[in-house]
Design a protein around this ligand. Sequence first.
Ligand code: AMP
Length: 307
Amino acid sequence: MSLIVVGSMAFDAIETPFGKSDKIIGGAATYIAWSASNFTRPIKQISVVGGDFPEEELSSLNARGVELEGVQIKKDEKSFFWSGKYHLDMNSRDTLVTELNVLANFDPVVPESYQGAEYLMLGNLVPAVQLSVIKQLKQRPKLIVMDTMNFWMEVAMDDLKKTIAEVDVLLVNDSEARQLSEEFSLVKAARKIMAMGPKYLIIKKGEHGALLFHGNEVFFAPALPLEEVFDPTGAGDTFAGGFIGHIARTRDISFSNMKTAIIVGSAMASFCVEKFGTHRLKEISRADIDQRIQQFVQLVNFDIELV
Ligand code: AMP
């Protein structure tokens, strides 16, 4: 069993109504790897960083079972930098800065040792780079999951649609689903997006949970109501890591197992938001995760008798 994770590894600067961070470690593939490594190892990471990316961050990921042969280090360049500011509801945010830096000319090379991987998680990244990774794989993985964001809809819609056409599961948030489909109803949006290629669509709705669509079926996973949400950055990536991590661990790509996987993803995301950056993800244990998943079971468990 093996999982390839592709995505940005970055510096982020985050502002929330409760505080402001300096430049901290972020990036889609960073969050995905921290999350998924709770369920499956090794993780075969594909990304690019500059010479400014801390060596100890790479070694702590490596110690978690994340292989870094596919992570290019451009010594004389700067890492990708993203800055965002959250609104009062913490559910929506504005991007303040996106400096592509090393991402601008990233040409991923899939190492020979990554070939034959069963699962591919394409985290948020330049759509053409995501597609290049799919094309380099000699054997199609059992499941290809892709995340993206509004930024790429604005600057690379054609490439984005080409990449979406090649994947099995697409993850987007509700506003991105509306932007991509030009539909307000999420049910109509889902139908249109699945017609673009993916057989499964996950629409994330922040603190309002996530919807999983497949054919005419739909399943809903709530988000855990938390007393405090400190920083939602990376919640979507952490969700994706939990989702694909569970699928890779169980080696089951059925719709019913995907329902469990979105609960696991939601549980992982609920940890991510409790502290700035990746801090909380670095602390939690398997027992914490199991306990949190039980809280989800309690949250949605009810009996109805209709007479
Ligand atoms: P999320 O909150 O799950 O949407 O993910 C936030 C993470 O995505 C941050 O750590 C950023 O570094 C990263 N990110 C933001 N914009 C982009 C982009 N255009 N391409 C790739 N990664 C990005």
